[in-house]
Design a protein around this ligand. Structure first.
Ligand code: GTP
Ligand code: MG
Length: 196
C-alpha cells in the first residue's frame, strides 16, 4: 500500500452518498483548523489533494480518496468551530456523527490536535468513543513546528500519559505538515491498518 497513490473519489454531504460500505477506510478527524487536510496532503505527497484553508470550517463534506481497490482515506468535517451558522453546523456535525457511528468499513481513526491545545472536550469525547468501539487511534499532534523540540517532547509525553488511562489502542505522534515531522511513523501505522 502506498498512500501517494491517492486519488479523489467523491465529496458527500451525508453518508448515503458514499461508496459502498465495504473494504477498509481510515478517517481523519479533529477540530476545525487542526490540520486534517494538510496532513492528508503531506501523507499522500500531494500538494492539493485535500483543500486546506486559514479559515476554520473549510472541509464541510465527507471527502473520500481512494488509495487502492477498496481502500480509502477519508477527510471528515472538523468539529468545535463556533463561528458558523447553527444550521450549517448541525448539518455537518450530523454527517460526521453518522459516518462514525454507521460506517462499518472504518478500521482506524487518525485524530488530529494542535500540539499547543490537545485533548479538548470534543477530542476526548471522540477518543473515548473510539476506545469504547475498539477502533484503533493514531493521535497526531499537529503543527509541531510551532514549538521547540523540548516542548514537543513534553506535550507528547503528557498526552500519552493522559490517554494511557483509557487502556485502548492509541498511538501518539508529533506531526508537522510543514516539516514532515512524524510523516514516516504515521504512514507506517496507517498502512498497517490497511493491511489488517
Ligand atoms: P477544516 O477543514 O477547517 O476543519 O481544517 P483542517 O483541519 O483541514 O485544517 P487545514 O489542513 O486546512 O489547516 C488549517 C491551517 O493550519 C492552515 O492555515 C494550514 O496551513 C495550517 N497548518 C496545517 N498544518 C500545519 C503545520 O504542520 N504547521 C503549520 N505551521 N501550519 C499548519
Ligand atoms: Mg480540512
Amino acid at each position: 500500500i502506498h498512500l501517494n497513490k491517492a486519488t479523489f473519489t467523491i465529496s458527500a454531504p451525508d453518508i448515503r452518498r458514499l461508496p459502498a460500505d465495504s473494504g477498509i477506510e481510515v478517517a481523519f478527524a479533529g477540530r476545525s483548523n487542526a490540520g486534517k487536510s494538510s496532513a492528508l496532503n503531506t501523507l499522500t505527497n500531494q500538494k492539493s489533494l485535500a483543500r486546506t484553508s486559514k479559515t476554520p470550517g473549510r472541509t464541510q463534506l465527507i471527502n473520500i480518496f481512494e488509495i487502492a481497490e477498496n481502500k480509502r482515506l477519508v477527510d471528515l468535517p472538523g468539529y468545535g468551530f463556533a463561528k458558523v451558522p447553527m444550521e450549517m453546523k448541525k448539518k455537518w456535525q450530523k454527517a460526521l456523527g453518522e459516518y462514525l457511528e454507521k460506517r462499518e468499513c472504518l478500521k482506524g481513526l487518525v485524530i488530529l490536535m494542535d500540539i499547543r491545545h490537545p485533548l479538548k472536550d470534543l477530542d476526548m469525547d471522540l477518543i473515548q468513543w473510539a476506545a469504547d468501539s475498539d477502533l484503533p487511534v493514531l493521535a497526531l499532534l499537529t503543527k509541531s513546528d510551532k514549538l521547540s523540540q523540548g516542548k514537543v517532547s513534553a506535550q507528547v509525553l503528557a498526552v500519552k500519559k493522559q490517554l494511557a488511562t483509557l487502556n485502548a489502542d492509541i498511538k501518539v505522534q508529533a506531526f508537522s505538515s510543514l516539516k514532515r515531522t512524524g510523516a514516516v511513523q504515521a504512514d507506517a501505522i496507517i498502512c498497517q491498518w490497511f493491511q489488517d
